[in-house]
Design a protein around this ligand. Structure first.
Ligand SMILES: Cc1cc2nc3c(=O)[nH]c(=O)nc-3n(C[C@H](O)[C@H](O)[C@H](O)COP(=O)(O)OP(=O)(O)OC[C@H]3O[C@@H](n4cnc5c(N)ncnc54)[C@H](O)[C@@H]3O)c2cc1C
Length: 383
């Protein structure tokens, strides 16, 4: 590992990044692309949020049928980022998807038809109402609408391949960073024997333990997800096979009705996700499993078996905006966090924005700047 001792004048790294979840991984690639020297520290098992994520990229808020926050800006940056990363890591990570929103009744259908005519939504909501094209397998009589320009990122694969890449580059320390090992100097930081200009915490929900950033107003949410495999034995799957490759359960479609049913290949689907603000742990629960089964059984008519159940804690925030920026008193302590339920869409855009800020080319957006929450009694500008 490249590091310098205390006699060196120039820190070996521009940035030490704590955490190789979705946020830390995207930010590290972004900074490396800009020629920055980065050291990543992640033990691998401290939290599992990114590893269990379904990776959906959904441009619509279904409750009100409005565009997701900043989607027109986020979308092209995300597409560009994941496309570039696929080239760099030599593997497919992003797949375009159609989101098939199953209507619960006529009111929902009429509301969809009205919204699909709005100028700003035409890129995302198809105005054509779909009839159930797979009645043997899907319970739906009210029809469905399709969301265009959606997608799915294989987050786990992206993290695993990135980890290998960082290892090959010799820029990954596989350990848990203890805060007591960090020495904060006026213009640099030292972690064990590693000197850097700045340290960026990308620790997901673990930031609640961070002595410099534990004041950030997270609204953590436990999420559970199951993986199911359609049971073909004892069921006339042959009559379904055509529909499985082209219908609503095909590998391009994600069904939405309260839950999502998202394909991962080989008749296997991720089904999720729950939202629990009380039981903040990463242990799969019977309650979460039953909730998902209940919702799934209202949609699916095909026998299935559950082959996995996972849980994670989303680093969601009170005002649903990312938490990015500089500690008000120690300007070499930074944070890149708060991706909440939408890390896949948010991380590439805000990593690029933050990198621009760190290069002195952009001014940090007030909407995501952590200083919007800094206690009023303490004055600081951060950058
Ligand atoms: C069930 C579920 C489904 C989801 N589905 C989607 C989806 O479809 N689409 C979407 O966009 N988002 C989804 N999300 C949300 C998404 O997972 C999050 O936005 C994102 O993963 C947050 O990433 P993060 O890197 O900030 O945090 P984390 O994933 O928690 O990563 C933090 C990393 O930091 C490491 N770490 C923490 N502290 C230390 C330390 N002291 N030393 C070393 N390492 C440390 C941890 O080990 C971890 O690797 C889902 C979440 C859940 C739970």
């Amino acid at each position: 590992m490249d590091s310098v001792n205390s006699f060196s004048e120039r820190p070996a790294y521009d940035f030490i990044i704590i955490g190789q979840g979705l946020a830390g991984t995207v930010l590290t690639h972004t900074l490396l692309e800009r020629g920055k020297r980065v050291l990543v520290i992640d033990e691998g098992n401290v939290s599992s949020c990114s590893k269990v994520a379904a990776g959906l990229f959904n441009p619509i808020v279904f409750k009100r049928l409005t565009k997701s926050w900043m989607i027109d800006e986020l979308s092209p940056v995300a597409e560009n980022f994941y496309g570039g990363l696929e080239q760099k890591l030599g593997s497919r990570l992003f797949s375009p998807r159609e989101l098939v929103k199953l209507f619960t009744g006529d009111n929902e259908k009429q509301f969809w038809i009205k919204k699909a005519k709005e100028e700003g939504l035409k890129n995302y909501l198809s105005g054509t109402i779909e009839k159930n094209n797979f009645p043997e397998a899907i319970k739906n009589s009210a029809g469905a609408g399709k969301v265009k320009n959606a997608g799915q990122v294989d987050v786990k694969k992206m993290l695993d391949l990135s980890r290998d890449f960082f290892k090959e580059q010799g820029i990954l320390l596989e350990e848990r960073c203890s805060y007591t090992d960090i020495i904060v100097k006026s213009d640099s930081i030292v972690y064990k024997n590693n000197h850097a200009k700045k340290i960026i915490f990308c620790e997901g929900y673990q930031t609640t333990e961070n002595p410099w950033f534990n004041w950030l107003p997270f609204k953590l949410t436990k999420g559970e997800i199951i993986t199911i495999k359609l049971e073909t034995a004892g069921f006339n799957i042959n009559s379904l096979s055509g529909s499985l490759s082209s219908g609503w359960l095909s590998e391009n479609s994600v069904l939405i009705k309260g839950i999502f049913i998202a394909p991962v290949g080989d008749n296997t689907y991720k089904v999720g996700a729950t939202h629990n603000w009380e039981e903040l742990n990463e242990t799969p629960s019977e309650k979460g499993r039953q909730e998902l089964i209940r919702n799934l059984d209202q949609v699916l008519n095909v026998p299935y078996k559950i082959i996995a159940q996972e849980a994670g804690i989303r680093p969601a925030v009170q005002d649903r905006r990312p938490l990015i920026g500089f500690h008000a008193e120690h300007h070499n302590l930074l944070v890149f966090n708060g991706m909440g339920t939408k890390g896949v869409m948010l991380a590439p855009y805000f990593a690029a924005h933050f990198a621009g800020v760190l290069q002195g080319k952009e001014i940090l957006s007030k909407e995501v700047d952590i200083l919007r929450y800094w206690p009023k009694s303490v004055v600081g500008t951060g950058n």
